[in-house]
Design a protein around this ligand. Sequence first.
Ligand SMILES: [Zn+2]
Ligand SMILES: [Zn+2]
Length: 322
Amino acid sequence: MTEIEEPEVGPGQVLLQVSAVGICGSDHHIYLGHHPYARLPMVQGHEFCGRILRYGPDCQVKLPEGSQVVIEPLLRCGTCYACRQGRYNCCESLAIFGVHRPGAFQERVVVPEYLMHASDGLEAAVATFAEPLSIAVQAVRRGRIQAEDIVLVLGAGPIGLATLLACKDLGARVIVSDVMPSRLEKATALGADQVFNPERDDPRVIREYSEGGVTAVIDAVAVEPAIKLGIEVLRAAGRYVLIGMSGKDLPIPISTVVAKEIDIIGSRNSSNLFADAVALLRRNVGKVEQIISVSNGLDTLPAMMDYSIEHPQKVEKMVVVL
Ligand SMILES: [Zn+2]
Ligand SMILES: [Zn+2]
């Protein structure tokens, strides 16, 4: 913890008083020095909400000062191939607050006005979960999930649980897989139709529940046994959406993928879906409250970072309220 200068507010930018910030799995990787491209020192924190303190010059000022907003933490170039396809979340020059630009592990942060989304009426800690939900909303769009789907969600960490909420919101049936019984209990409480523990259960559980196989898999773990299981229980013409990150190249059963004509789809942060994530959050406040754990005071952040790294079975999503 250190004192720094208050940031300058440039044209089109807004100075925010940070109200709450989530600690993400990728924050753990950055903090521990394992992240593939983040470099320290950097003020982390990409899941945040705050109050508008002051607008810089040349802003549209759609919301009054004092309004609470959540931030879509992606800066893009707008001109590369991905951006021209409307897929700025994978911009070739993407910069993420808290990863490539100073984020919200601080009291005040400057953001472009166009990245703000109104989050009035939501508790600050709950509002920060819009960012993880935006990843889930993107995954269900990429996987073309509909009401008639039976989806296997691999991993019941915060992103897996967010994906569960996004799938249920569309009316799909969902099986959630995880090796931690406490996480499966949470998944059941949040509406999972069936849970599966690969260390304890036979894959027949999935086949029987889905009457022959799931129509889509959303993989939030990216480990070899999970991929093997997911491809095996996927029906022909199914979709396999990868949101989990791995530092390793993992084998994929190619002949099964070809024989079943499976779509393997990468998915990451969302493009043009952040408002949908905020709306999904508003429909699921009670459930999001069951996913987050709250700690009060920015000075508790270093200890909460260590605690959330050391006790993944005790805390799904730690949020620090300033
Ligand atoms: Zn995150
Ligand atoms: Zn771009």
